[in-house]
Structure formats: structure tokens, C-alpha cells
Design a protein around this ligand. Structure first.
Ligand code: NAD
Length: 497
């Protein structure tokens, strides 16, 4: 892994140094496809977070004085490294978080797209010049860095999401304390090495490995000016409610979804089946944009169901390091249990189970991978009822409800919008009026037409509404969370009126 981290376990990166930290506990990163340990890491404590925050505070005054373009230079080095190490890093991601190698490599590409966007942004206009009410005055909106940004990230995009948060925060002149997910510390180690290799000044970038207690120590500390969080609704709401009460502190939290695809009576069923399969099973359903509800018009319901179920019966899990693998394992044994609980809940609430491959047969598990966290598709149909928890709670696995609707697009949207979440969703339709109605009425941050709910372009805002998000800790809109705005008025005359 690292030339600098010569001891095992791997260390935190604080104030430009690799450190064992103050705690005595360590934890292992494991390969979800085999159960094998990959490496051991020091577990961060409150004292480690304290040291990292102190370093970030100290480094802020000098860092903010550099120009945007000078700060971006460090990011350009990382951009080139991400590109050069594309295949190698994709493989590491796949080994540590289990997603298919094509998805591991896509994660790296998304990271460099984000770094390219953030570093390129250094040469873009910042703020606004507005006309003044008085001719002799100039009026501007100027942006300033906020200070120390605490970044807390999930395991499922272990390289891309940290750069969603950190790249723009750093270019805008903030310093950073980051905690990678406990399931993907190896990816964290590599990113920290990249910042070190780029020669970023001491204290500007700091990484503390660890669990939720270290995350809470970051988000709750008064020295943190903005928290950028991506992860579960449970944790994000806890952070937002605690931090939201503190004047002057921001928490931009991106969370989960209970995403749906509406398939109307005139849908192209090839597109519908492809979109549903990709959205529900890719990355084993463990994407924030994965679809767990398919809302299908009665006129095409039976044909769609037959075609979708036929594929769900056959979708194969395999070694995620193989190029043509469609579906890898779940992240960890606890998550397999959680998926099972969601499947059980659907059954208890009256689901008609169409496919139950939660427990795969031995011959479906790839050779040599018997200790991996394998699960297969669970597909059910159920009559829509607003009281059903199985239609409202995110499973984050290959767990899919088919819901038949009869009526117009308004009825489809009633069902679609009946979840506490509002992250991603799609419509499959050949009728532009239905598509436009969906665009205007779906309670979503990310909406797709005639496409799977999959992927994101970094120069678009990425985030959800309702319970899925309270701000945009990523992409273009994150600038709002990492800068302060000053209304600046300059008098060009001697007249002080
Ligand atoms: P998680 O909420 O369990 O953990 C996310 C991070 O928060 C981890 O680093 C964890 O250690 C930390 N954490 C845990 N408890 C904390 C606390 N009390 N205070 C501060 N930090 C704490 O989420 P996960 O299992 O890593 O990721 C899966 C979830 O993330 C899913 O719900 C998925 O939908 C969501 N997600 C959302 C997006 C998006 O852009 N909307 C993207 C990816 C994943």
C-alpha cells in the first residue's frame, strides 16, 4: 500500500504526518467477496479528531491566502494520479467494497471528473457583480472560505464521494478533516497518500480512520464550520438535528432513497426492463439511486412482470474482479442480515413473492468465495397501500416491489411520491406529456426519463429532497456549503451619501 506507512496497522494522516493516534484499538478491512482480511488500521478516537481539527484550524490562515489557482495545483496532481492509476485503484475498490470491477473503475473515473471540475472551477468567475442603486458605487457578492470542513463519507463510493466533498472545499480555501467509512479504510489510506504525494501543506488535509464515534467527534466539534456528510438517513438526520441548532454552523447531508421507476402504458418495454434490471440489481442494489419500487401501468403489467422476473431468476453473482460480472456481494454480514429483515417485513405485510434468491444455492457462489456476503434478488408484488413500511423504508439491497397501477400519470405520481424520501427516480414512457408531468411533479432531486436511475454527471447538482437531503454536499451546489457570501459595496466617489 503505502511506502510511508511502514508499520502495520495503517495510520491516520494528521498535520502532514502519519500517526498511530491516541487509541489502542485497531480494526480490519475485509474483502466482501471472500471474507478475507485485507489490512489492519488504527481506530480513531476523540483525541485523534481533536489533533486533526487543531491542525486544520492552524493551517487555515495560510491556505486561504493562496489563490484559487495555486490551491487547485495540488488537485491537478491528484487528477493525473487518479487517471494513471485507474485500473489499479478500480481493483482496490472492488476488493474492499465488493462492487463489480466495471463499477470500481467507474468510481475512480467519477473521482477524477470531480477533481477536474473543482480544480477547473478555480479559473471560473466567483460571486456576482450587481448594479448598485447609486451610480458611483459598485456592488458585489464575494465568496470567502468558511474555515474547517468536516467530511464524513460512506463505503459504497469510497473514492468518488470523498472527492465530491473535499475537492471543492479545498479549492475554495478551506481545510479539511475527513473520516472514511469503516468498511473502506484502504481506499482512505490511498487517498491520504495522494494528498501527501501532491505535497499539500501540513494540516490542510487530515484523515482520521474509524467508526461513527470518530464521525460524531468531527460533526459535533465547534471548530468545524461545515459538515459535509453522505450516508444513511439515520445518521444524516442525527447530524443535521444536532448541528442545525448551532448558529454559524452548516450541515449539508446527502442520504438514502426509496427510489421508484414509473412505467406507463405506452412505455417501450425493452427500455423499461433494461432500466429496471440495471437500477435494481447493479452494485447488488447498494447505490443510493438503486430502485426498490417499480410502478407499472396495468396495461403492460403482466408482460413487464414476466420479462423482469425471468431476468431476476437468472441474474448471476460472480467474482467482482472478473470483467463481465454483473452482480457482486453485499458489503458485510450485518448488511446481509438487514436485507433479510427487509425481505421478511415485505412478507409479513402481505407480499406475493415472485423471486426469492436471498439465499443462493452453493453452486451459484463462485469457487473460492464461499465466505463472501452473497445475496440474490428478492422480487415481490404487493397492492399499494400507503401504510406499508416495506414501500417506504430503504433496504439498500436487491429487494424490489412491483406495484400495479390503473389510471393516469397523476395516479402513478401519487404512488411514486408516497415515501418520506426524494432522491432519484425515473419514468419510462413514449409520451412527452407524461414525461414532463413526471419532471414537474416527482418529488426528487435526480430524475431520469427513459434511462435507468444510475450514475450522475458531476457538473449537475447531485442531491435529494424530503428525507433524502438537506443540502448539496457535492458537485456544483457544494460551493454554497463551503463558502460564505459577503455583500460588498465600494464607493467610487468622494461623496459619502
Ligand atoms: P452510514 O450512515 O452508516 O455511514 C456513513 C458514514 O457516517 C460512515 O463514515 C460512518 O462511520 C459515519 N457515522 C456513523 N455514525 C455516525 C455518527 N453518529 N456521527 C457521525 N458520523 C457517523 O452509511 P453507509 O452504510 O456507509 O452508506 C450507505 C447509505 O448511504 C445508504 O443509505 C445510501 O443510500 C447512502 N448514500 C447516499 C448517497 C447520496 O448521494 N444520496 C450516496 C451514497 C450512499
Amino acid at each position: 500500500m503505502s511506502e510511508q506507512a511502514t508499520t502495520d496497522p495503517y495510520r491516520h494522516y494528521v498535520n502532514g504526518e502519519w500517526t498511530d493516534g491516541h487509541g489502542s484499538e485497531t480494526f480490519d478491512s475485509e474483502n466482501p467477496a471472500t471474507g478475507e482480511p485485507l489490512a489492519t488500521f488504527h481506530r480513531g478516537t476523540e483525541a485523534d479528531v481533536d489533533a486533526a481539527l487543531e491542525a486544520a484550524e492552524d493551517a487555515f490562515e495560510e491556505w486561504r491566502e493562496l489563490s484559487h489557482i495555486d490551491r487547485a495545483e495540488y488537485l491537478w496532481d491528484i487528477y493525473h494520479e487518479l487517471r494513471e492509476r485507474h485500473d489499479e485503484l478500480g481493483e482496490i475498490i472492488t476488493k474492499e467494497c465488493g462492487k463489480e470491477i466495471s463499477e470500481g473503475k467507474a468510481d475512480v473515473a467519477e473521482a477524477w471528473h470531480m477533481v477536474e471540475w473543482a480544480a477547473g472551477n478555480a479559473r471560473h468567475p466567483h460571486g456576482d457583480v450587481v448594479p448598485s442603486e447609486i451610480g458611483s458605487k459598485d456592488a458585489y457578492m464575494r465568496r470567502k472560505p468558511r474555515g474547517v470542513i468536516g467530511c464524513i463519507t460512506p463505503w459504497n463510493f469510497p473514492v468518488a464521494i470523498p472527492f465530491w466533498h473535499m475537492a471543492i472545499a479545498l479549492v475554495e480555501g478551506n481545510t479539511v478533516v475527513w473520516k472514511p467509512a469503516e468498511q473502506t479504510p484502504w481506499c482512505g489510506q490511498i487517498i491520504a497518500e495522494m494528498f501527501e504525494d501532491a505535497g499539500i501543506p501540513d494540516g490542510v488535509f487530515n484523515m482520521v480512520q474509524g467508526f461513527g464515534d470518530a464521525g460524531a467527534a468531527i460533526s459535533e466539534d465547534e471548530r468545524v464550520d461545515t459538515v459535509l456528510f453522505t450516508g444513511s438517513a439515520e445518521v444524516g438526520h442525527e447530524i443535521a438535528s444536532k448541528v442545525g441548532g448551532e448558529p454559524g454552523k452548516l450541515a449539508a447531508c446527502e442520504m438514502g432513497g426509496k427510489n421508484g421507476i414509473v412505467i406507463t402504458e405506452n412505455a417501450d418495454l425493452d427500455i423499461a426492463v433494461h432500466s429496471a434490471v440495471m437500477s435494481s440489481f447493479k452494485t447488488t442494489g447498494q447505490r443510493c439511486v438503486s430502485s426498490e419500487r417499480l410502478i407499472v401501468h396495468t396495461d403492460v403489467y403482466d408482460e413487464f412482470k414476466d420479462r423482469y422476473v425471468e431476468i431476476a431468476e437468472k441474474v448471476a453473482v460472480d467474482d467482482p474482479l472478473e470483467e463481465d460480472t454483473f452482480m457482486g456481494p453485499a458489503i458485510e454480514p450485518e448488511h446481509v442480515e438487514k436485507i433479510q429483515k427487509h425481505n421478511d417485513l415485505a412478507r409479513q405485510e402481505g407480499a406475493e413473492v415472485l423471486v426469492d434468491r436471498f439465499e443462493l444455492d452453493d453452486d451459484e457462489i463462485p469457487d473460492g468465495h464461499e465466505d463472501g456476503n452473497w445475496v440474490g434478488p428478492f422480487v415481490y408484488e404487493i397492492e399499494y397501500d400507503s401504510d406499508l413500511r416495506c414501500l417506504k423504508e430503504e433496504c439498500f439491497g436487491p429487494h424490489v416491489a412491483l406495484l400495479e397501477y390503473d389510471g393516469d400519470i397523476e395516479r402513478a405520481l401519487e404512488i411514486h411520491n408516497d415515501t418520506p424520501y426524494g432522491l432519484a427516480g425515473a419514468i419510462i414512457s413514449e409520451d412527452y406529456r407524461q414525461i414532463n408531468y413526471f419532471r414537474d411533479h416527482a418529488e426528487l432531486g435526480l430524475a431520469y426519463a427513459n434511462l435507468p436511475c444510475i450514475g450522475a454527471e458531476v457538473h449537475l447538482p447531485f442531491g435529494g429532497v424530503k428525507k433524502s437531503g438537506n443540502g448539496y454536499p457535492s458537485a456544483r451546489e457544494a460551493i454554497e456549503a463551503v463558502t460564505e457570501r459577503t455583500a460588498w459595496t465600494l464607493n467610487n466617489s468622494k461623496d459619502i451619501e
